[in-house]
Design a protein around this ligand. Structure first.
Ligand SMILES: C[S@@+](CC[C@H](N)C(=O)[O-])C[C@H]1O[C@@H](n2cnc3c(N)ncnc32)[C@H](O)[C@@H]1O
Length: 279
């Protein structure tokens, strides 16, 4: 009987030993608040408005989300690992009359659902912003704006960036240089798309074969079976645009999953245009 009890207890003991210890959250950066002037410049660069939902990863004392709400009328949340900073931020939101639109949560930013953001902000260590690239691409909707204070996302082409000198930064980083990068989460456009071009371009269907490296797109078209080059092929978030070489046609549309809806401009004349992802 005693042997049986021992045998039954053994797997439990092994299981208890094998259970991996909970990993502490990764330190994404020390608490160093962005100077208030940088906060204002970041939000202006994003052309923030009342319909925006801002998420600040590692929200410190809450200043980015609080400013977004107070000055620009936006809503949002901040996620912060340090409890006392979360408490301070929520108190400030109540004091400043914006607690109905913003909140601060104590959580690990790497494990927080960020999919509601229309604007995402971060002031984190250079390696941390790069660790977040897949999360940004997988969770944020195409067209979402991503603002990073000082550190770029390697391999992403910014829509805009601003460089300035600020005396306040000497105490933080040892230099006055301050950078703000504004990115847009790109739609996924790689692959073949089927569409048509106005008859003036030539006969037959138009196919687009697109390659993509995060925000950069290249490719070739085929019109009625003949290769045709793209000019000014660009992807800005969920907006794709290009011109067909040797024609007066300019295409522009919004990528919506497996469809692109937009218009084609020929001289001054606009007509509806759409494309479908080839199966
Ligand atoms: C440089 S401060 C930026 C504060 C604020 N975003 C700003 O720009 O003023 C980075 C913040 O990230 C927080 N942080 C670090 N690792 C974190 C993690 N894994 N999850 C959530 N917050 C984290 C720190 O406690 C710190 O307050």
């Amino acid at each position: 009987m005693r042997t049986l009890a021992l045998l039954l207890a053994l797997p439990l003991a092994v299981l208890a030993q094998e259970k991996p210890a909970a990993q502490p959250p990764l330190d994404a950066g020390p608490y160093v608040p962005s100077p208030q002037s940088v906060v204002a410049d970041m939000l202006k660069l994003a052309e923030l408005g009342p319909t925006d939902f801002v998420v600040d990863l590692g929200s410190g004392d809450g200043r980015i989300v609080l400013t977004a709400a107070k000055v620009f009328g936006a809503s949002g949340f901040g996620v912060e690992i340090k409890e006392e900073l979360v408490k301070l931020s929520n108190e400030a939101a109540r004091r400043e009359g914006v607690a109905d639109r913003v909140k601060f949560i104590k959580a690990d930013l790497f494990k927080t659902d960020i999919s509601r953001a229309t604007v995402l902000t971060m002031y984190l260590l250079p390696n941390t912003v790069n660790l977040l690239k897949d999360k940004l691409l997988n969770e944020l909707r195409p067209g979402t704006k991503v603002l990073s204070h000082d550190y770029p996302l390697a391999g992403w082409v910014p829509e805009k960036y601003v460089q300035m000198d600020l005396e306040d930064k000497v105490a933080i980083s040892g230099v006055t240089t301050t950078l703000i990068y504004l990115y847009m989460v790109p739609a996924k456009v790689a692959g073949r798309w089927n569409t048509t071009a106005p008859a003036s371009a030539g006969k037959g269907p138009l196919t687009l074969d697109l390659r993509q490296q995060v925000t950069r797109v290249s490719g070739i078209g085929r019109l009625g079976g003949k290769a045709v080059q793209f000019e000014d092929l660009k992807l800005h978030g969920d907006r794709l645009s290009f011109r067909l070489a040797g024609t007066r046609l300019a295409f522009a549309g919004q990528v919506k999953g497996d469809a692109i809806e937009g218009e084609v401009l020929e001289g001054g004349k606009r007509s509806p245009w759409s494309a479908r992802r080839a199966k």
